[in-house]
Design a protein around this ligand. Structure first.
Ligand SMILES: *Cc1c(COP(=O)(O)O)cnc(C)c1O
Length: 371
């Protein structure tokens, strides 16, 4: 691509998934055209936000929606909407929420870092983060007893970043929230199912527009009409610093409409990752298996376990060499310290699997020669 070259940047092969650090996802031709068209026309923005909200509603089954510039902005705007509502004076005061109902209750193991801090995004929206329970165990009472007259909402994070063995389920959080007539905000940024959580009764659900949906840099919130009206109004407040552009909204609409036709066929993923594993298993010291996503999504990755004694090189070192090669190859690195590297098939173009296998092979055989 000319712009990337002109900036002196390397081409990137992405076998790691939808990662912000390498540009999240690539858009289809139709989405790219919509973005282009979006940049070249004037439009009444408030009405566009309303209309895009209706598309979000259709695609999620929610009463209404609100486009955002990212899922992170979605967290802040959602939180602010539960605290300031549609009151302009309060909206302009955010994130200073002193004296208001501003407590956001969240299970301790869910206060994650997704590359940014969940807790900071809540605070940006004027929320006071109330962490309940312990990082590995949260009981029903921890949540129920934390609710008081200052509680604004309950928050739940559905993500592979959450590694909580004994927390309370989304269903339980919903029932506690509704028992107390409070809204539940769900961070479903990287989730693939756009309808499930709304159908379960979540009041406010936020997604990234560029992860599963493969739209431009964007995000959106879906949920009950009164919270969506408040969310849209935050664009007169903190939302202004997180402005969603007309071109992003244009691309997001097309990506949302395309989404239910787009589907990374599990059979195809398993097939291509099995071929990769068969080739890698020929290398002494590597054990490659096809493994389903930890969060239960329909993603099948090649998981490579590196026995450094046999390969003469650690998983971390292999990972680093792949990143510094040209083109730069990015694989999943969440479990490097356990000697594991994974390949995510969703972001690969055809033929790139072979480049990855070839590169890993030459790194290992090269290292062995060096002793
Ligand atoms: C990626 C992610 C976010 C942030 O999404 P952006 O669109 O990059 O702002 C928030 N929460 C979770 C759980 C995520 O995975």
């Amino acid at each position: 691509m000319n712009i990337i070259k002109s900036l002196g940047l390397k081409q990137v092969i992405n076998g790691s998934g939808k990662m912000t650090s390498i540009g999240v996802s690539t858009a289809s031709q139709k989405v790219a055209e919509a973005v282009k068209e979006g940049t070249q026309h004037f439009v009444e923005i408030e009405k566009m936000i309303e209309a895009v909200g209706q598309v979000i509603a259709q695609e999620t089954g929610a009463e209404d929606g609100c486009p955002t510039c990212s899922a992170s902005a979605g967290i802040s705007i959602a939180v602010a909407s539960t605290i300031a509502g549609e009151n302009l004076t309060l909206i302009e005061k955010m994130p200073n929420s002193e004296g208001l109902k501003n407590e956001i209750i969240i299970q301790k193991g869910q206060v994650i870092n997704f590359g940014g801090s969940e807790s900071q995004m809540i605070r940006l929206g004027g929320g006071k983060v109330i962490e309940v329970g312990s990082s590995n165990v949260v009981e029903y009472e921890h949540i129920d007893e934390a609710i008081n007259e200052r509680t604004a909402a309950l928050m739940f994070v559905k993500s592979h970043h959450v590694q909580q063995e004994r927390g309370q389920s989304l269903e339980t959080m919903l029932s506690i929230a509704h028992k107390h007539h409070l809204p539940l905000i769900l961070d479903a940024a990287a989730e693939e199912d756009l309808k499930k959580y709304i159908a379960l009764g979540a009041d406010i659900v936020l997604y990234s527009g560029a992860k599963a949906i493969e739209g431009p840099s964007s995000g959106f919130i879906a949920g009950k009409a009164k919270y969506m009206a408040a969310a849209k109004k935050q664009y007169k407040g903190i939302g202004r610093a997180m402005k969603v552009g007309k071109e992003s909204m244009a691309g997001l609409v097309v990506a949302l409409r395309e989404y239910h036709n787009k589907f990374h066929d599990p059979e195809e993923q398993i097939k291509s990752m099995t071929i990769v594993c068969d080739l890698l298993n020929e290398i002494n010291g590597l054990r490659c298996t096809v493994k389903k996503d930890d969060a239960g999504r329909e993603i099948y990755r090649a998981q490579i376990k590196v026995n450094a004694e046999k390969t003469g090189i650690t998983a971390r070192k292999i990972y680093e060499k792949l990143v510094s090669s040209d083109p730069a190859i990015y694989l999943r690195h969440h479990f490097l310290e356990q000697g594991i590297i994974s390949i995510d098939p969703r972001t690969l173009r055809s033929g790139q699997e072979k480049i990855i296998v070839h590169s890993i092979k030459s790194i290992i055989t090269g290292e062995n020669r060096d002793g």
